[in-house]
Design a protein around this ligand. Structure first.
Ligand SMILES: NC(=O)c1ccc[n+]([C@@H]2O[C@H](COP(=O)([O-])OP(=O)(O)OC[C@H]3O[C@@H](n4cnc5c(N)ncnc54)[C@H](OP(=O)(O)O)[C@@H]3O)[C@@H](O)[C@H]2O)c1
Length: 278
């Protein structure tokens, strides 16, 4: 692991605080960005069955020639695959595409349990971990109530809840719950899918520090205990500037100012199968 990569600890496991998101990356562009990210020092890559790019992510990982044990790789099970035997075979399929024997973290992508009971799905997830095809397991888009139920069922062994988090969205309730369970919160869409670049406050702080807005936002996320961020980019320059956010330490005043940007309509990802958010 590079010295510059801070680690977040969840349930005793170390997770690099900055990862590469890959949603919408595909084919050669995906292969190239994953390879370049690893060459630049990224050690955490996030994909999902639903992104339809596990094969390209796997090729990028292979081309980068970094020892597998030094990479933290996450994938997610789509809810159409929640029926227990299907979950198992879908993960095997993911591993084949990713060209690896295991993922570091396996998540349930969305809490949609109309095809199978949550407890059965969690049992199937724990079985994957028992079979060492996932070193750790977790969830995504779970509300505090769902997370509490899931942790009770799994003897408090889930390590991550991956949820949308950026300056425009208040996630204090989810973060509090995650900390109670010694977990990490992985912030997805940490740049609000580009909306952060339209904000005057963030722009002013970035200019005063002579850095980009993405660096400011990623530094703000990193200033919070137990928070990991996985920005996605198609640009090699943006890969570099996002990594440089690790060198930026915001002042208390700057953090306070960014804390005030949250608003009730700040959520950018809200499909019709989403839960009743906290
Ligand atoms: N669990 C879930 O349900 C879920 C849902 C959504 C996302 N995710 C994960 O979270 C990852 C990140 O979220 P996201 O892809 O929705 O959006 P995001 O990371 O918030 O934003 C991506 C956008 O920001 C731009 N960008 C990135 N770095 C930049 C920089 N330094 N300067 C200027 N622009 C920059 C990108 O454009 P360029 O390409 O031009 O850089 C792209 O338009 C996903 O890829 C995925 O892995 C998970």
């Amino acid at each position: 692991m590079l010295k510059t990569q801070p680690i977040v600890r969840a349930q005793g496991k170390g997770i690099p605080a900055l990862g590469l998101g890959t949603w919408t990356l595909e084919n050669q562009e995906c292969i190239d960005i994953v390879e370049e990210a690893l060459h630049l020092g990224y050690r955490h890559v996030d994909t999902a069955q639903a992104y339809d790019n596990e094969e390209s992510v796997g090729k990028g990982l292979q081309k980068a020639k970094i020892d597998r044990e030094n990479i933290f790789l996450t994938t997610k099970v789509w809810f159409e695959n929640f029926e227990p035997s299907r979950l198992k075979s879908s993960v095997e399929d993911s591993l084949k595409k990713l060209k690896t024997d295991y993922v570091d973290l396996l998540l349930l992508h969305w809490p949609v349990f109309d095809k199978a009971d949550m407890r059965d799905v969690l049992d199937a997830l724990m079985k994957v971990r028992q079979d060492k095809k996932a070193l750790t397991i977790g969830v995504s888009n779970f509300t505090t109530r769902q997370l509490q139920q899931a942790q009770e069922h799994c003897d408090n062994t889930l390590v991550v809840n991956q949820v949308e988090y950026h300056p425009f969205l208040d996630q204090s309730a989810v973060l509090k719950k995650v900390k109670e369970h010694d977990m990490a919160l992985t912030a997805y869409s940490p740049l609000a899918r580009g909306e952060v670049f339209e904000n005057e406050t963030l722009d002013r702080i970035a200019k005063s520090r002579d850095v980009g807005v993405a660096e400011v936002v990623l530094a703000w996320l990193r200033s919070q205990d137990q928070v990991i961020a996985i920005p996605k980019t198609t640009s090699k320059d943006h890969l570099k500037s996002n990594l440089k956010s690790l060198d930026l330490k915001l002042s208390e005043d700057e953090i306070e100012e960014i804390n005030k940007l949250k608003r009730p309509d700040g959520r950018v990802i809200d499909p019709d199968f989403a839960p009743d958010w906290d």
